[in-house]
Design a protein around this ligand. Sequence first.
Ligand SMILES: NC(=O)c1ccc[n+]([C@@H]2O[C@H](COP(=O)([O-])OP(=O)(O)OC[C@H]3O[C@@H](n4cnc5c(N)ncnc54)[C@H](O)[C@@H]3O)[C@@H](O)[C@H]2O)c1
Length: 315
Amino acid sequence: MRAVVTGGAGFLGSHLCDRLIAEGWNVLVLDNLVTGADSNIGHLWSHPNFRIARCDVSKYIDVPGPVDYVLHFASPASPVDYLKLPIQTLKVGALGTHNALGLALAKKAKFFLSSTSECYGDPEISPQHEEYWGHVNPIGPRGVYDEAKRFAEAMTMAYHRYHGVDTHIVRIFNTYGPRMRLNDGRALPNFVHQALTGKPMTVYGDGKQTRSFCFVSDLIEGIYRLMQSDEHLPVNIGNPHEITMMEFAERVRSHFENAPAIVLEPLPQDDPKQRCPDIAKAKRILKWEPKVPLDEGLRVTLDYFKKEFAANKTA
Ligand SMILES: NC(=O)c1ccc[n+]([C@@H]2O[C@H](COP(=O)([O-])OP(=O)(O)OC[C@H]3O[C@@H](n4cnc5c(N)ncnc54)[C@H](O)[C@@H]3O)[C@@H](O)[C@H]2O)c1
């Protein structure tokens, strides 16, 4: 079985490639490395079932030979990245998804879209279930990501309904783990970078806004199960354990000996106040739920960050 993984050199894509290779798949990654890194997949280069082609999937994609599955993970994903790359983000969500679906159609392959909880915007209900249509500001700064993903979902459903492509859509909630970038601007790398460089840890607003954090191995398990399911409508995958940003900062802080102070800064525009998945559907149809407790996931991730930080300091 041969899979094409767009964005396979990124944080989540590289973990997905590890899983596919471990399951015996032949994997071709398409990535332009705009936010990914060769080092995320360096350990796979010599594997006989692994290949990477450097290309922009928002342009025409040509893959010789048979393909059984196209998994579209390419997209800047952290707010820092997509605010810096607004047009590329819109293009990879729209044109990139169209190209990846076109490849799946041409090869009679299955298709998998990595969508996001950002489709729910700043939600008016919590937890968010899959039938909720969301509360998104299309013209706010985050609109470039949220609306690109909403368009990508619409395009995926159109290919399923009109062309009969066997499609799957995951709505991923905040995920963390090794291979996140220390400078990607998300809450956890931010806190860690600040702690490692002896700066105060910044929490936005009053710190009472909530998030939930899923460890990457749990997410990949959910994705692998969804890949093989018959479900075509979106499925939430995330950890429903909700925590305020202030509590989260304190938890991260507790993993450092000389922990810095926490300071409050103004909330960015359209920052969601609450983000928590309803995972009843994933439990029901995939028999999936997250297993890794926050402190265990944090320990593994912080070990990774500390090693990366030390290696870059001495490089
Ligand atoms: N990490 C999360 O918590 C999270 C949450 C929700 C959704 N997602 C989705 O999961 C996917 C992967 O996210 P991630 O956290 O691994 O981000 P990432 O930035 O680490 O990985 C994205 C990868 O896509 C590549 N890419 C971007 N534009 C491209 C283009 N035009 N052509 C080819 N390659 C391109 C990047 O170089 C990178 O390797 C994204 O689609 C994102 O929207 C992630």
